[in-house]
Design a protein around this ligand. Structure first.
Ligand code: HEC
Length: 128
């Protein structure tokens, strides 16, 4: 009896939790609303023409196209493959410490931001 009563009320709650990332493995991450603002806030200042990160690596964070183009050595985002995507390795601290991003003394990304980017790559790094 009780359970039957509770069921309709719990449906909207479930939807709300879903939307806030309660089930990150199935939520579709958006480049424009989720990923771009993180890169803008934590990375872009050094990765624009004339800035240190761009000058050294050629990696520009102007837009989706430059993000996917990568460095002068090639892509740092491999759609569907967060494990070997250099960008994900860097923000997760899996690369050499001298290469951690954000560079130098800047605060690392928080876990939620790292998870968002990892998931976006996992889901195909779409321009969505
Ligand atoms: C304080 C400046 C600065 C910030 C902020 C910064 N970077 Fe960098 N980035 C650099 C510099 C400098 C290099 C070149 C490092 C080198 O090759 O020694 C670099 C290189 C890179 C590379 C190329 C690595 C390679 O394989 O050569 C990637 C990818 C990268 N950054 C991603 C990011 C991401 C993602 C963020 C944000 C989470 C970020 N960076 C934030 C300065 C910065």
């Amino acid at each position: 009896m009780h359970g039957i009563h509770l069921l309709p009320a719990s449906v909207p709650l479930c939807v709300a939790l879903f939307a806030t990332g309660c089930q990150p493995s199935t939520r579709e991450v958006s480049y424009s609303t989720d990923v771009a603002p993180i890169l803008e806030k934590h990375c872009k200042a050094c990765h624009m023409p004339g800035q240190a990160g761009y000058v050294v690596s050629g990696f520009e964070l102007q837009n989706y196209e430059t993000l996917m183009k990568g460095t002068q050595y090639g892509p740092v985002v491999l759609p569907g493959d967060p494990l070997t995507s250099v960008l994900v390795m860097l923000i997760e601290g899996r690369a050499d410490p001298s290469l951690k991003m954000p560079h130098g003394d800047a605060e690392p990304l928080d876990r939620a931001d790292i998870a968002t980017i990892r998931q976006w790559v996992e889901q195909g790094a779409k321009n969505n």
